[in-house]
Design a protein around this ligand. Sequence first.
Ligand code: THU
Length: 139
Amino acid sequence: MNIENLINAAIEARKAAYAPYSNFTVGAALLGKSEKIYTGCNVENAGFTPSICGERAALYTAIAQSERSFIAIAIVGGSEDSAEKDLDFCFPCGVCRQVFYEFCQADFQIIVAKNKDDYSVYTLKELLPHGFGPENLQK
Ligand code: THU
């Protein structure tokens, strides 16, 4: 896996974010087992609740293209007008962690990045231990 490429794809995806209400823009780049990269950005809505995070936008794009297995996701986010060098780490929200849990294994890598040289890598198990998944619905 080329982490630098994945982070750069997330940085690029963030440019398309639509976040007029929070002014907090997020880009995500998801690496499938097919080696394809799927990107997403947050898209907000005047009704607020229909808004979607960048991570889920990327994941649902991948699912819609029939990818079902994933290796890693890179995430960058911050205030729309903060310079790239001032970005803080943007961790995925609880809803996105739950959605990852549906499709990704415990060792799925979550890369939270400020830029291609400054990032941390976590596993899904670290960010969502004891999750609730499809296996819990089998008798
Ligand atoms: N957001 C994301 O897209 N991903 C995250 O990991 C955290 C939050 C979005 C949702 C909303 O559009 C804005 O950032 C502020 O919460």
